[in-house]
Ligand binder design. Sequence first.
Ligand code: ADP
Length: 578
Amino acid sequence: MKWLVERKTIAGGFGLAMVILTLVNHFYYTDTVKVFERQKQVEKSYEVLQKIRDVLTTLRDAERARRGYIITGKESYLGTYNNAIQKIDEKFYLALSFTSDNIRHQEKLKIIKPLIDQRVALIKQSVALYKQNKNDVLTQVTLTDKGLILHDEIWKIIAQMEAEEQYILRQKAVESKANLNQLNLIKNVGLWSSFTILFIVYWLLNKQLTKRQQSEEKFRQIADNINEIFWISDLELEEILYVNQAYEKIWQKTCQSLYANPRSFLDNIYSDDRERVIDSIKLNSKKESDIEYRIVLPDGSIRWLWERRFPVKNAQGEVYRRAGVTQDITERKQGEEVSRTLAKEREINDLKLRFFSMASHEFRTPLSTILVSAQLLENSSKEWTEEKKLKNLHRIKSAAKLMTQLLTDILTLTRAESGNLEFNPQPLNLEKLCNSVVEEIEVSYNAKQNIFFVSQCQNKLVYMDEKLLHSIFTNLLSNAIKYSQENSDIHFILRYEGENAIFQIKDQGIGIIPEDKQQLYDFFYRGQNVGDAPGTGLGLVIVKKCVDLHGGNITVESEVQIGTTFTVTIPLNPFVSY
Ligand code: ADP
């Protein structure tokens, strides 16, 4: 706020000083013009007086020549006399024209004119008389007396005119002095006030400049001592306007090299990240953005950086620059990596423990079946019929089979949970795979049901993982067999919808009671209505994992004693995202 007031004062002060100096200049000019004019008038007054005196001087010259001629009788005086008489009129009219701008002078000259004429006439009369009669002294004296009277009258009037001119001259002198004083006052006041204002303006400017320099120094001190890179560039990143010293520490390149080539920092970005950084620079030129990327230092080591960029707007609100802060986050990244690995390991350990405790529990049932059957066989083998012995042997066999299945399932799931169950999609003939799974199942499960495989279209090229699909179909079909009566129908349908393959396995078996539906995909969960049907409670968990790896989904529809339908939807090509 204070800064703003100071800026206004500086601008106002400059303006005021300029106005004062212009006014002083103006007054000075107009007053100087006045003084010059007055000077001219004074000169004119002097000239007027000179011209009037000139008339009288000529008249006096004529009179003197007359007197000289009459007293000495020398003809030489007549030359001077004639000359003077001739010039009188000419000089009079010159004086008259000089006083054309002064009515009073003109009037007075008009009064003088007849007097001059009379005096000239008297002079002429005296000369003429002397030429006729040199001895008529009496008449000559009379003429001389009359001439003297006229001379006095003329002088009186001229003295009045002179006095008037003198008065005007004095007046002008007083006015000139007053003007000069006023001029000096204006000049002094004007110049001093402008100098004072300019001095204040200079002082304020100097103060602001010092303040700005101080804050720039402080800014540089702070900017050069922080560990983050701080930079400002033009919008197109073609010119770096500022980058602090941290660039040299983090990038291990000189700031100068960046000023010389503003995009040279890209050369050090890790090749896998470079495109991403370039894209983000292009896309986010006018908005805030964050990015993490790696750089490779001259010694080959890799550092992780985090960068935040901001658009900078001008007074019109248009983005015209970019600024950014870049931070070395390698330590944090390493820490995150370590804790991620630790967490994963902890998770795997937990999983293993859980499996072991659950598996050991699940193994107990078939193991005790085996033990009891074996014990019975040992103790009562002599009294038992062959048929009864065979029954016990079958029991041992199926318990062992179950344990094998359990082990296989646990192995698959452990791999899935630890992220080691591989998803390896390959070009595949689905119909062929489905048919072979059906055949395989019919044999290995000795199925008494009628299994129908129906496919909508054939030879469609799909990319799926054969092993995982095998696992899905085997588990679903074996469940359909396990939970259905002999001679019932099982339908395995394959159809395509858009970019998905849809598999349905429908049976007419015992169905799933509604309360169980929620937990079908939980570890070791078995339905309440399964009775003696053998099982591990892991089949559907495996199915779900395999479907998930394909990016598909599984749903179930079931009615108790009516039948169950599992529907699996899998994208035809996992490499394309639709
Ligand atoms: P299990 O080894 O018990 O079959 P699964 O994980 O394969 O384990 O299946 C979980 C439970 O889902 C089964 O115990 C059963 O209750 C139910 N189930 C799965 N498939 C069917 C089906 N086709 N008909 C009826 N119930 C089924």
